[in-house]
Design a protein around this ligand. Structure first.
Ligand code: G
Ligand code: G
Ligand code: MN
Ligand code: NA
Length: 249
């Protein structure tokens, strides 16, 4: 069977899982939320990561049905954490193909609101999604905000978005790309990029998340630069719900 027909079958039968990676407040060290990351369990017990099937899901359009399931499952998970007394936020990645019209925005709201108020959900759009048709995407982001969803720009610093446009975009958070965190060595250029993005975020009135924090040197450096939130293997890897609760809640 081709990967595409297996993927189609998996979408029809909802054969995916979500893993959750914790997000921490840099100052307080407390957990403030999680990012939902999709996984595809295989018959041999292995787990395919999204890099191997999201591009195909995007090409085939399957990402739309898959994305609805991801959003619903993330919202239901968040409801269950909230019911257990953990007031966390949830970040969910979106592909450009999932966000084509106002109907998509209304559907996202209809999917989420039976479980949780959309203001607990942050939708992550990559910087590259802003480039093709910034006027259209900006209007849809405004609609998302109207329904209560927050918006974060993922992989920020790698995508050549127009800074003058970014300044006026209805977004709340910049996620500093992992590649800049990787380069942190107090004298290196990675540090300069972190400082620049942080300062820009501040003057645009945006919060910052540093992704891919793998050690304490990076953490300290990001803290000193005033980055608001952190995520990475140093805090915790993406894990299934049971392990997430056992480890972080
Ligand atoms: O989890 P992993 O590091 O393998 O993720 C690889 C890529 O897949 C990341 O860029 C991530 O944003 C993307 N990804 C993970 N989960 C989802 C999802 O639910 N929807 C979309 N569109 N992309 C996702
Ligand atoms: O593109 P996006 O930011 O959505 O990608 C998220 C992916 O990054 C997750 O699939 C996760 O596995 C990966 N990731 C998260 N933290 C780290 C980290 O500290 N180091 C590395 N190498 N990858 C990470
Ligand atoms: Mn992401
Ligand atoms: Na990223």
């Amino acid at each position: 069977l081709s990967l595409e027909s297996r993927l189609r079958h998996a979408v029809d039968h909802e054969e995916f899982e979500l893993h959750f990676q914790p997000l921490f407040d840099m100052q307080g060290l407390g957990i403030i939320g999680a990012e939902a990351l999709v996984r595809w369990p295989q018959e041999d017990g292995s787990m395919l990561s999204p890099g191997t099937f999201i591009p195909l899901a995007e090409e085939t359009g399957l990402i739309r049905t898959m994305g609805d399931w991801i959003l619903k499952t993330a919202a239901r998970q968040l409801q269950s954490w909230h019911e257990a007394g953990h007031a966390l936020k949830m970040s969910v990645n979106l592909s450009l193909k999932q966000l084509k019209s106002e109907e998509d925005v209304a559907r996202f709201h209809a999917i989420v609101h039976p479980f949780i108020d959309p203001s607990w959900i942050t939708l992550e759009l990559t910087e590259s999604m802003l480039i093709a048709d910034p006027t259209a995407i900006e209007a849809l982001m405004e609609k998302l905000n109207e329904y209560g969803f927050e918006i974060a720009i993922d992989d920020f610093g790698t995508g050549y978005s127009s800074l003058s446009r970014l300044q006026h975009m209805p977004i709340q958070t910049l996620k500093i790309d992992r590649s800049f965190v990787d380069q942190i060595d107090p004298a290196g250029k990675g540090a300069a990029m972190v400082a620049i993005i942080r300062q820009m975020a501040e003057s645009f009135g945006l919060l910052t998340v540093a992704e891919g924090i793998e050690n304490e040197v990076q953490y300290q450096h990001l803290l000193e630069h005033g980055v608001n939130f952190g995520q990475g293997f140093w805090y915790g890897r993406p894990v299934p719900d049971a392990e997430f609760r056992g480890t972080f809640l």
